[in-house]
Design a protein around this ligand. Structure first.
Ligand code: UDX
Length: 482
């Protein structure tokens, strides 16, 4: 079995709930990466609006700014990164190191919170799924832990699918877990770039699976996923930034396997409009520049907070954009191009060629950009937050997934929801140009109609009686039952 804790859902009347509400504290612990901080703080805001008091434990790395959240209490902990910096600033190394370094400081902080008479009694802990060490800490303190998954549901669902067992690839006595499935999958299909469809898991292809060095039991991603799966077995429930109507098949698969409750209560960012959890300053010229452009004419280009490209890829992207003759707003984060500070590789007349038609910023107010009437398309790395934000504004996408759950989000966007064009074969300028024309001209209207239907479903699911509305009610009742 995937999980081992019985759900404790129960009905609590509004009156009883109000009585219980006094002194209900929640401790949240976001992973210190932009794509994980945003949904955790949005979730904290949602639960605060339902009467919970929020304490945020956070690392020094990508430290949060308490002044943006005066209604929360912030507790910084030491993460040891100054003493033992990871070999790369980001990525798997960092996450592995944080999961080791934070154990003692996190436990000490939690013990202090639990024993302090001046603090509200704490109902439960909510941590990002990648903070796997926190399950053991919570167990030791007899504190229920809810897990926030920042990615799409389909990523976990396909991993838990019994496909390989049915095919006889799994030993019958084997316990199914995410790590085991991916491990065996990659043993069988060692070339993870193949186009071959995974027949029992439409629409996924072999290349949509994340790659890892399975020959090396110390592989960071393998160990992270392994740790996550083991920790999740002991958790009290999963919260998803997604909604029933968007990922119904994946949810059904998971529900069939999970004995802890699942709470798809997204899209989180629609509960509270602007995101104040941005680690980088959002350049307001993004909006003033969009104001000068015609309706639905601009392609917005952004690859989230972590993706990087080599110089050759970057220049192909740049010239693909230039040759498309389409206006564009491009987020080029410092560090996006490996080996460059910022725009140094853009020589040889590129900036002159796109003058007046292209605007480049270091970081944008993305939700406002997507909601702007001039934005007609989004070229994205298919990070889950970006995918949801695009759906919620009815903006069709070009998908260039880079890693982890992004390949699955991109596959769903292009092949299931059919609201995006996927750049499947790298980033050659002719392919980029063709994809932009497809999105902004030939197939754009049909994709826009389909994504507008999804946008409507996203709006409806949050209204009274909608799927996420009900799921949030269940989550609140569930937390009161602890
Ligand atoms: C990561 C993973 O890549 C993603 O696959 C996973 O699902 C969550 O964590 P990231 O790569 O940063 O996140 O992408 P994404 O999930 O899209 O999150 C980026 C966030 O930064 C979004 O909320 C977006 O609105 C915000 N953003 C991005 C800005 O505010 N300004 C920008 O210029 C770009």
């Amino acid at each position: 079995m995937f999980f081992n804790l019985k759900p404790r859902l129960m009905e609590v009347s509004t009156e009883t709930r109000m009585q219980q509400m006094a002194g209900r504290g929640l401790v949240v612990f976001p992973l210190p990466l932009q794509g994980h901080i945003n949904p955790m703080l949005q979730l904290a805001n949602i639960l605060h609006s339902r009467g919970f008091n929020i304490t945020v434990i956070h690392t020094q790395y990508n430290s949060l700014n308490p002044s943006k959240y005066p209604h929360f209490t912030f507790r910084p902990i030491s993460d040891g990164l100054l003493e033992t910096p990871p070999s790369t600033e980001r990525g798997r190394d960092l996450l592995t190191l944080l999961n080791v370094n934070c154990v003692a400081p996190f436990r000490d902080c939690l013990v202090q919170l639990l024993s302090s008479v001046s603090e509200e009694p704490i109902a439960c802990l909510i941590t990002d799924a990648i903070w796997h060490f926190t399950q053991a800490v919570a167990d030791g303190l007899k504190l229920p832990r809810l897990v926030l998954h920042s990615g799409n549901i389909s990523f976990l669902a396909f991993a838990a699918h019994p496909f390989l067992r049915e095919k006889g690839f799994l030993p019958k006595q084997e316990t199914i877990g995410l790590h085991r499935i991916i491990h065996i999958h990659l043993v069988i299909f060692s070339d993870s770039q193949t186009e071959e469809p995974v027949e029992a898991l439409p629409p996924l292809k072999i290349k949509d699976f994340p790659t890892m060095d399975i020959a090396n039991p110390e592989d960071d991603l393998y160990m992270l996923i392994d740790g996550m799966v083991k920790a999740n077995k002991g958790s009290s429930g999963f919260i998803w930034n997604s909604f029933e109507e968007l990922e119904q098949p994946a949810l059904a698969t998971l529900r069939g396997r999970s004995i802890v409750p699942l709470f798809p209560i997204g899209p989180f960012h629609k509960y509270f409009p602007a995101s104040s959890s941005s680690l980088l300053a959002q350049d307001p010229s993004s909006i003033s520049w969009l104001d000068t452009q015609s309706p639905k004419s601009v392609i917005y280009v952004s690859f989230g907070s972590l993706a990087t490209f080599d110089e050759t890829e970057f220049l192909e992207m740049a010239w693909g954009l230039a040759n498309s003759m389409q206006p564009f707003l491009w987020v080029v984060r410092p560090g996006l191009i490996r080996g460059s500070e910022w725009l140094e590789p853009l020589r040889n007349g590129f900036l002159e060629a796109v003058s007046g038609r292209g605007h480049i910023v270091k970081w944008a107010p993305q939700q406002e950009v997507l909601a702007h009437p001039a934005t007609g398309g989004f070229w994205t790395h298919s990070g889950w937050n970006s995918t949801l934000e695009s759906i919620c504004e009815g903006v069709p996408m070009i998908c260039s997934p880079r890693s982890n759950d992004q390949m699955v989000s991109a596959r769903y966007a292009s092949d299931v929801w059919r609201v995006g064009v996927q750049l499947e074969n790298g980033l050659e300028r002719v392919d980029v140009e063709r994809a932009i024309r497809k999105l902004m001209e030939s197939e754009g209207e049909e994709m826009r109609e389909r994504i507008m239907c999804l946008k409507e479903k996203a709006d409806l699911c949050l209204r009274e009686g909608g799927s996420s509305y009900q799921s949030l009610e269940s989550l609140v009742n569930y937390i009161f039952s602890f």
